[in-house]
Design a protein around this ligand. Structure first.
Ligand code: ATP
Ligand code: MG
Length: 578
């Protein structure tokens, strides 16, 4: 394609609302444009090419393992969401609206209900199972904080797949196949990523994995083992029980500790390590249907509460801080909360790390007092609600755990019968008995991938697209349009190789060479062929965007030969760079 005929509005200025390299370069490089509302983007010709490239990789790999692409209606009847019970639960991210006849609809933020509805109408027998249907379509989520360009949009392109099975075993087989397939997709896109255990909400277990592109700018914190391949989202991370070596206490029982309301102050007062203290984090837990209640979370003094784990432990949708007034109403003094002498109305959860702890210091539930020598009861249920810290030990190999940042680009989930039961998506088994189908669900953030690729592949000049994501493989840059010989060579080479690889030909007559090079660097096309002054000495220059390396090629009388040599050099460099 000729640059002169394409709409590629590159700009020098850094857009004021953009902070991340991907956001800055996708705007500056003329890939995307803000559509006028936050989290809404138009894809310009270059951006659309990249999006299609990424989409194609996703589709090819899914089709290869037998997934079937469909396209579901984007506008979803609210009745389906009422059937699954998610209509109320989903909150404000779900855009609800009515048509002229007052029928209620939602804009699909995800399509479990729609796909289950499709399958329940067309699949009746075990003989038709398994099925794996997917689509690559736009989703809308009215995100609280849309930001970072394509990273967290309100409208975004998602690949969402749903598989249907006769039993758990078959669903797990497909889940494992999808893990491998997603890995192939992200590898083909040239990404450095990690598969981690994810929060599965109420379902629990190892039923959910996320694919995280490793990048400083990632919004997710990952816990990874320094030695084995264990990795988990911090929301789901496990650790080996932390060591507990209490010191003998100089005082025991109820001790007056006026003004000692922080863990540091308590530890100092009793001359113990924070590990020997017990702290209470008081939260108001909010449940489906609008109910809420105060819950006390008991943790070791050196630990912090992990809110997603805490929500799962009590089955809440989310948590907020309990106010002093709310605590007072329950007879609880802020700053001196403890696990002792609580009335039956007050719910308390103990973290795993407290199991077997004796000789602890904790609040006495009386203002100005602590208890020294508290032993955590043995006959209670412990739950994992603490945030795994750097330096904690791996539950698999005992090595040290660290934190790193990641961008979630994919999520696979063992769903079971969460949707097939309420929506009555059933099949008849071999004995003619009706059973709910067992489901898996799989999603990739296709438009987010564009941002993730650039977060990992850029420099201070612009984008560096990977082989399979690049909008073009080669850009032919005509150095000086007034140089007749250069123009003849550039035009001929473009004609000859334009059918063989994807070429952008910067034929602009009015731009200077320097400006053309800057655009090339900003757009991040993997190779540039500079047809400049050198042609008069029979030479052209091939530049690699990723490392700036230059390779000189001879041009003979037969330009077809030069073209072959150029294609061979590019293929060779591509295979070397991987
Ligand atoms: P996140 O935790 O980032 O909000 P999620 O858990 O809500 O994501 P899923 O429901 O698992 O996301 O959606 C599947 C994939 O869609 C995600 O892995 C992510 O790559 C992508 N995605 C989700 N929300 C957005 C968004 N607002 N903008 C762009 N991509 C998104
Ligand atoms: Mg997710």
């Amino acid at each position: 394609m000729r640059f002169s005929k394409l709409l590629i509005p590159t700009v020098k200025e850094v857009p004021s609302d953009a902070q991340l390299p991907s956001h800055i370069y996708l705007l500056r490089g003329g890939f995307i444009q803000n559509a006028g509302g936050s989290g809404l983007y138009n894809f310009l010709p270059l951006g659309k090419r990249v999006l299609d490239k990424v989409r194609r990789v996703v589709k090819e790999e899914l089709d290869r393992v037998g997934c079937q692409e469909v396209s579901l209606a984007f506008v979803t009847p609210a009745s389906l969401w009422q059937e699954s019970g998610r209509y109320e639960k989903y909150g404000k991210e779900l855009l609800r609206f009515k048509d002229r006849k007052e029928n209620e609809f939602v804009l699909g933020p995800t399509h479990e209900e729609m796909m289950v509805n499709l399958v329940r109408q067309s699949v009746k027998s075990y003989k038709q199972l398994p099925q794996h249907l997917y689509q690559i379509n736009w989703k809308f989520r009215d995100e609280v904080r849309p930001r970072y360009g394509l990273m967290r949009g309100r409208e975004f392109l998602m690949q969402d797949g749903y598989s249907f099975h006769v039993d758990e075993t078959d669903m797990k087989r497909e889940f494992a196949l999808m893990e491998e397939t997603y890995k192939r997709i992200f590898r083909r896109l040239g990404l450095d990523f990690r598969v981690v255990e994810a929060d599965s909400g109420a379902i629990g277990g190892s039923g959910s994995k996320e694919f995280m592109v490793l990048a400083e700018s990632g919004e997710d914190t990952l816990v990874v083992c320094k030695s084995c391949d264990y990795g988990a989202n911090i929301e789901a991370a496990k650790r080996a029980a932390p060591a507990y070596t209490p010191k003998p206490l100089s005082q025991e029982g109820k001790v007056a500790t006026p003004g000692t309301t922080s863990i540091e102050a308590v530890a100092r007062f009793f001359d113990v390590d924070a590990t020997q203290t017990l702290k209470i984090v008081a939260k108001e837990a909010h449940f489906e249907g609008g109910k809420s209640e105060i819950v006390l979370f008991a943790l070791r003094g050196d630990d912090a509460l992990q809110e997603v784990k805490a929500c799962n432990a009590v089955g809440a949708d989310d948590l907020s801080d309990a106010s002093e007034a709310q605590l007072e109403a329950l007879g609880l003094p802020a700053g001196y909360l403890g696990p002792v002498g609580l009335s039956d109305e007050v719910k308390i959860c103990f973290d795993e790390a407290l199991r077997g702890a004796t000789a602890m210091v904790c609040g006495a539930n009386e203002a100005g007092y602590h208890i020294a020598g508290y032993a955590v009861p043995e006959d209670i249920t412990f739950v994992d609600i603490a945030e795994v810290r750097e330096g904690d030990r791996c539950v698999h190999c005992g090595a040290e755990l660290t934190h790193t940042k990641g961008i979630e680009v994919g999520h696979i989930f063992q769903l079971g019968t969460r949707y097939s039961e309420p929506l009555k998506c059933e099949f008849l088994d071999e004995n003619g008995k009706a059973k709910p189908m067992v489901m898996g669900t799989y999603g990739i953030g296709v438009s987010r991938l564009l941002a993730a690729i650039i977060e990992q592949h850029h420099d201070d000049k612009g984008c560096i697209w990977t082989k399979e994501s690049a909008p073009f493989t080669l850009e032919i840059i005509l150095g000086d349009a007034k140089n007749e010989r250069a123009k003849e060579v550039a035009e001929s080479l473009y004609e000859v190789i334009g059918d063989r690889i994807e070429v952008l030909y910067d034929d602009r007559a009015k731009e200077r060479f320097g400006a053309k090079m800057k655009d090339f660097e900003l757009m991040g096309i993997p190779f540039a062929l500079i047809v400049g002054k050198g042609v008069n000495d029979g030479k052209v220059e091939l530049v690699e965007r990723a490392n700036g390396e230059r390779h000189y090629l001879e041009i003979g009388d037969d330009l077809a030969e030069t073209a072959e040599a150029l294609l061979a050099t590019i293929a060779d460099l591509q295979s070397k760079r991987g």
